[in-house]
Design a binder for this molecule. Structure first.
Ligand SMILES: *Cc1c(COP(=O)(O)O)cnc(C)c1O
Length: 495
């Protein structure tokens, strides 16, 4: 199987090449030439497997240039007890007769990005070997919180790699900041930037496009790469948990093999829900993919009208990982729904860059309507859902997951669909203590790291160990640089 670009389908790369490159040279994203089907009887086999074996089974359908032995070693390291606090890695928990929560936050940083970022470093370093790359890779990340820490944990002490994370000085929570500045590992560096997230992001992009700097680093044996969600190596591990959740639902008697279920996904960059779409194309019995947004409802409007329009106010919400106006992975969906038309996708993306909007063809719009339901909710509704879910079930959810649960309720009310549904739960409630305590109405003046103990007291639900351990964490990185000092940080570190 080869990989092609969404904007130029004549480009052909092996899986290793696609993962090593990240983005295609024409600006497009890499997609597999076809979506492999789950073979007959695959689900029954997968039901009997643990998460690591499920991951190997699914990923090997896409990665012909990786051996089963390699993938087994990678998945065991990625989802094993060193990083994950449950052998199930991504357990689907049953809340009521037709609602499950797929908990994707049992990894080292307590958010779903671990599912991909624990795996990516293995896939990437193997890809560099396979493609004959001799230089060491340095991953550059600009983060608004979750991605930076998950990337740091993933790449920490991985041979042949370095990682540098920039975060906006006053743009992340105290907990997120301490998670990053106390990061262990000899190949990591963390620096604050005096500015907001956009400044950090722009700074990183500038460094990436600096050819003279790249040549200098290359002489020293380094090249720069990114760990963001456009890399195929980040998307692929996410397909696994949709299939795994379905197997869990067969195993607990909720569905018989073949019966349809819905997945409701809190969405930002459209990476997570796109993985669900690919799982469906592989043959997983998914009825509707429900795309949940917060007040930044660009995707809700897109699914309902066929117009993608980013020209609208940007809102800061209590589910910050979904505060996004350009969902980069949507490009892969458009490519698939257009029947693989690179010219059509290139036209939409050119329009998006120039005018901030585009209208899809009738063919794509009809397909979007039949595969997806889009909905959104406000911060007030999000908080109400957290409170109600805790009061009714004693189950504590974070703000992103609450958005999804609320939108699932809207979907059920609007369509009357009673099929079993899975809410994709993307973060531990302890990652967003402040808002969750607010929702429960019991902050009692706690602040910073103290919020973790306060939430434990109020909810009686124990906090994940990595977050509790922050109390005794010591800060290793306390540097803060002006916007134009970011390149110097990279230059110093890669000596
Ligand atoms: C990143 C993130 C999301 C959004 O995922 P996408 O793949 O960008 O759609 C949702 N919830 C949490 C907690 C996240 O960190």
């Amino acid at each position: 199987m080869y990989y092609k670009s969404t904007r130029d389908a004549s480009i052909k790369k092996s899986a290793a090449e696609a993962i090593a490159c990240g983005l295609s040279a024409d600006g497009g994203l890499f997609v597999p030439e076809y979506i492999p089907c789950l073979p007959d009887g695959a689900l029954d086999k997968l039901c009997k497997m643990g998460y690591v074996e499920r991951a190997v089974y699914v990923m090997s359908l896409y990665l012909e240039d990786y051996s089963a032995a390699e993938l087994t070693a990678f998945a065991s390291a990625a989802y094993g007890p060193r990083g994950f606090d449950t052998p199930a890695a991504a357990p689907a928990k049953k809340l009521d007769a037709n609602t499950h929560f797929l908990e994707l936050w049992h990894g080292p940083t307590c958010a779903f990005k671990d599912m991909a970022l624990q795996m990516l470093p293995h896939l990437l370093t193997a890809a560099l070997k396979k493609t004959g790359e001799k230089r060491a890779v340095c991953i550059l990340v600009a983060t608004s919180g979750d991605t930076g820490k998950a990337a740091l944990e993933g790449f920490c002490d991985v041979p042949g790699t370095r990682i540098i994370v920039f975060y906006p000085e006053n743009g992340v929570s105290d907990i997120q900041k301490l998670q990053m500045t106390s990061q262990k590992g000899d190949n990591v560096l963390v620096s604050a930037v005096k500015g907001n997230f956009d400044d950090a992001q722009t700074g990183v992009k500038k460094i990436f496009s600096d050819k003279e700097f790249a040549a200098r680093l290359s002489e020293r044996g380094f090249f720069l790469s990114s760990a963001n969600s456009i890399n195929w190596g980040r998307l692929l591990p996410q397909i696994v948990y949709y299939i795994s959740a379905y197997c869990d639902m067969i195993n607990d008697g909720t569905v018989v093999s073949g019966a349809p279920v819905n997945f409701c996904v809190p969405t930002g960059n459209f990476g997570d829900i796109l993985a669900g779409y690919y799982a469906k194309k592989m043959g997983l019995p998914i009825k509707t993919l429900i795309c949940a947004s917060n007040r930044n409802d660009v995707l809700t409007d897109f699914i309902r009208t066929g117009e993608y329009n980013r020209n609208r106010p940007f809102h800061t919400t209590i589910s910050p990982s979904m505060d996004i106006l350009i969902s980069s992975n949507l490009e892969r969906l458009l490519f698939d729904l257009s029947g693989g038309s690179d010219a059509e996708v290139a036209e939409y993306m050119t329009k998006l860059a120039a005018e901030g909007r585009y209208n899809v063809s009738k063919r794509i719009f009809d397909a979007v309507q039949s595969e997806f339901y889009g909905g959104c909710c406000s911060d007030e509704e999000t908080k109400a859902v957290i409170r109600e879910t805790f009061e009714k079930f004693g189950y504590l959810i974070d703000t992103h997951t609450a958005v999804a649960y609320k939108v699932l309720a809207s979907y059920r009310a609007e369509t009357g669909d009673a099929a079993p549904s899975v809410v994709v739960s993307t973060a531990s409630p302890y990652k967003f203590c402040d808002s969750v305590l607010d929702a429960l109405g019991d902050k009692s003046g706690a602040a910073g790291i103290g919020l973790i103990e306060q939430l434990e007291k109020v909810s009686g639900v124990p906090a994940p160990k990595p977050l509790k351990a922050l109390k005794d964490a010591s800060v290793r990185f306390n540097r803060s640089v002006p916007k134009d000092g970011m390149r110097g940080v990279v230059d110093d570190f890669l000596k």
